[in-house]
Design a protein around this ligand. Structure first.
Ligand SMILES: [Cu+2]
Length: 162
């Protein structure tokens, strides 16, 4: 009898843990879904022309751009509502990236971020977290939470003042 309760308790704990982890991740990753429906063939040519005008790259305008100062480049983002922000950095200069997390912004999903291209594994705590790496190659790389569910981009350029 006791064994059955123990087993039941373990199963419940696993289900609860799974639910917490899953809800943490899905809350802020909604922007990636729902684009597959765009292959609708009933769109007229004029409306698709309109779409090309509105479909400008929004990442570069909202991305935090690093400022080069004394051999390092400094960039700051905030983990607002638990969402990772895009940044723009330059090749060849060490990056000092401060990510500020306020109480309530962190969850079991976004509390550890990975920049796989540069082997960075950064635990995020409430307060200022400093991420350091040196970009070597221009291009756009992805970074994400440890589960790969919440993510954003790091745009690396050869000259950030252009
Ligand atoms: Cu996650």
């Amino acid at each position: 009898m006791k064994k059955t309760y123990y087993l039941l308790g373990t199963v419940l704990a696993i289900i609860l843990l799974g639910a917490v982890l899953f809800s943490g991740c899905t809350r802020s990753s909604g922007s990636t879904g729902g684009s597959a429906i765009n292959s609708n063939s009933s769109q007229s040519q004029s409306s698709s022309a309109d779409q090309t005008v509105t479909a400008q790259p929004s990442t570069s305008s909202s991305a935090a751009k690093a400022i080069v100062n004394d051999g390092i480049q400094i960039v700051s983002t905030t983990l607002d509502r638990g969402i990772y922000d895009p940044i723009i950095v330059q090749t060849g200069i060490p990056v000092k990236w401060t990510i500020t997390a306020n109480d309530g912004d962190l969850n079991s999903c976004n509390n550890k971020m990975l920049i796989r291209s540069y082997g960075v594994e950064q635990k995020l705590l409430v307060g200022e977290n400093v991420v350091e790496f040196t970009p070597t190659k221009a291009g756009t790389i992805n970074y994400s939470c440890w589960m790969g569910m919440v993510g954003s981009t790091i745009t690396v350029v050869d000259d950030i003042n252009q």
